[in-house]
Design a protein around this ligand. Structure first.
Ligand code: ATP
Ligand code: MG
Length: 341
């Protein structure tokens, strides 16, 4: 299929659609897409033309992994906010590239399928500890009634399960708060190195070995300090949980004059571990809610599988992006890239 044929196909679609070729240029956009962006984006590099980090992330991942990507984007044009479900699909027949379609959700209220999946996941996650607690109660009411040693053991296990439910509920609340704030720009003035140093200190106090190389020029940015604290805590905690036991974790910062994808000056803050690494097939899905590589291992370690989903939302609220690089049996590097202006 050539460029003219692609244009004819997407013109016929009836929803906003774009085609980004392998060289990252938008080679076709239908009228509906042009009216969404209020700009003829055809001919431009996608990362410069489309301003939402979530859209740029999804297209980048689709170009890189050739897998379907979806993202929820909030678009503001002429003071009107519109919510779209963006879908990217890779086409490798004829002209190679990504077909992007936008589905307007503004009038649909809650996106029903996503909502249903989410409720099903939450119910499943809550049911597991709840079932365990019910089981312990039954045992304590029956066979273990007079067994003091068993009583102690079971109460300990019940406490762990209820702590897990508590963590899950707090993570869910935190996720919904962040989603509600997505269109509100953060307003605290935050020195990023100071904040990072506080997180590092709190882990060092728990005997985690961290090599900190905070080499960047520190920047005061408009940010939400508590939320960024949550991002770095999760990245360091993940490096501890899934990295190599006992090996140090390295935290580095670096300034970039212009981030290749955000196209603004930024600070890159990375957390590196030397653990088992992550198979590339998991990388595109790692920031999905409840996505875990090894669900059993994560749950054992008290994980809810929401940490990276929350981190991604927070970083996107700061107009930044999360980069994940990993090499099997060498380790992983998670980098939060935050614009400094
Ligand atoms: N540094 C890492 N090395 C290897 N795998 C990782 C690393 N960080 C995250 N992962 C994988 O990504 C999954 C999702 O991470 P995420 O932080 O979202 O959830 P979690 O750590 O399991 O739970 P929570 O953050 O809620 O405690 C993890 O379950 C793990 O499989
Ligand atoms: Mg985590």
């Amino acid at each position: 299929m050539d460029q003219a044929q692609i244009k004819a196909w997407i013109d016929a679609l009836g929803i906003p659609a774009l085609f980004v070729a392998d060289d990252t240029r938008i080679i076709a956009a239908n009228d509906l897409a042009i009216s969404v962006y209020n700009l003829n984006v055809a001919g431009l590099i996608y990362s410069a033309a489309l301003r939402q980090p979530a859209a740029i992330e999804a297209i980048h991942a689709c170009l890189e992994y050739h897998k379907i990507q979806t993202a929820r984007i909030h678009h503001t044009e002429n003071c009107t906010d519109t919510v779209f479900d963006l879908r990217c699909a890779y086409i490798d027949k004829g002209l190679r590239g990504v077909l992007i379609t936008l589905k307007d959700l503004t009038d649909e209220g809650k996106n029903t399928q996503l909502h249903r999946d989410f409720v099903a996941n939450v119910s499943h996650e809550l049911r597991t500890p709840l079932t365990a607690i019910s089981g312990f109660i039954e045992t304590l009411q029956g066979s273990a009634k007079k067994d003091e040693e068993a009583l102690d053991r079971f109460l300990g296990m019940m406490a762990r399960q209820s702590a897990r439910m508590d963590r899950l509920v707090s993570d869910l609340l935190s996720l919904s708060r962040i989603e509600a704030q997505e269109r509100q720009r953060p307003s605290d003035t935050v020195y990023l190195h100071d904040l990072l140093a506080t997180v590092i200190e709190s882990y060092k106090a728990q005997d985690v070995e961290i090599i900190s190389q905070l080499n960047a020029h520190d920047h005061a940015v408009q940010a939400d300090a508590d939320q960024l604290h949550q991002v770095f805590s999760n990245l360091i905690e993940n490096a501890v949980k899934y990295g190599q036991a006992g090996a140090p974790i390295t935290v580095t910062t670096k300034n970039v004059a212009c981030d290749a994808r955000l196209r603004v000056p930024a600070i890159r803050m990375s957390v590196c571990d030397t653990g088992a690494g992550i198979d590339p097939i998991h990388l595109p899905r790692l920031t999905e809610r409840f996505y875990r590589i090894d669900g059993h291992r994560s749950r054992e370690k008290g994980g809810t599988g929401l940490g990276l989903a929350i981190a991604k939302h927070i970083i996107s609220r700061h107009r930044g992006r999360l980069e994940i690089k990993s090499k099997i049996s060498q380790g992983s590097e998670f980098t939060a890239i935050i614009p400094t202006r």
